[in-house]
Design a protein around this ligand. Structure first.
Ligand SMILES: [Zn+2]
Length: 147
């Protein structure tokens, strides 16, 4: 997905203050145990598969273990699009847990892990996001490592 400087600046946001000016929906949230377990399982599975799967698993694992994955409560707006994930070449990732505060539609644990793998594949194979061909290739890679 597309990178946005304002997102990076927020990654160090602390606990929400009791101020109306605080955007409670923008801050990072702790990664729930169910997602941690799912990611751990996927990393092990991807490595066992080898090839492309283990190549992007290495990126995913490195981002995950070094605390570069930030989870936000909801999807955020990038220009005219809603974004569920964003990765940077250095391994930083920002992911959305839910779609929005009204819970119109639900992002399952699998959806979140999919986004994580998608961003890891972008980084691992140097596929710039935002162009349709690269997005398809990225999704194809992740799909091939799931079946
Ligand atoms: Zn993408």
């Amino acid at each position: 997905m597309v990178s946005s400087p304002t997102m990076a600046e927020r990654s160090s946001a602390g606990p929400a203050a009791n101020s109306e000016l605080t955007c409670a929906e923008c801050g990072a949230i702790p990664i729930p145990g169910e997602i941690e377990r799912a990611v751990e399982a996927r990393i092990a599975d991807l490595k066992a598969r080898g090839g492309d799967c283990s190549r992007y698993a290495t990126v995913l694992e490195s981002s995950y273990r070094s605390g570069q994955i930030t989870l936000r409560p909801y999807m955020w707006r990038t220009g005219s699009h809603l974004t569920s994930g964003e990765g940077k070449p250095n391994g930083d990732m920002m992911l959305a847990r839910e779609i929005d505060s009204l819970n119109v539609g639900v992002r399952t644990v699998d959806d979140v892990v999919w986004t994580m793998e998608h961003e890891a594949a972008h980084i691992a194979f140097d596929l710039a996001s935002g162009n349709e061909a690269n997005e398809q290739k990225t999704d194809q890679t992740v799909r091939a490592c799931k079946s």
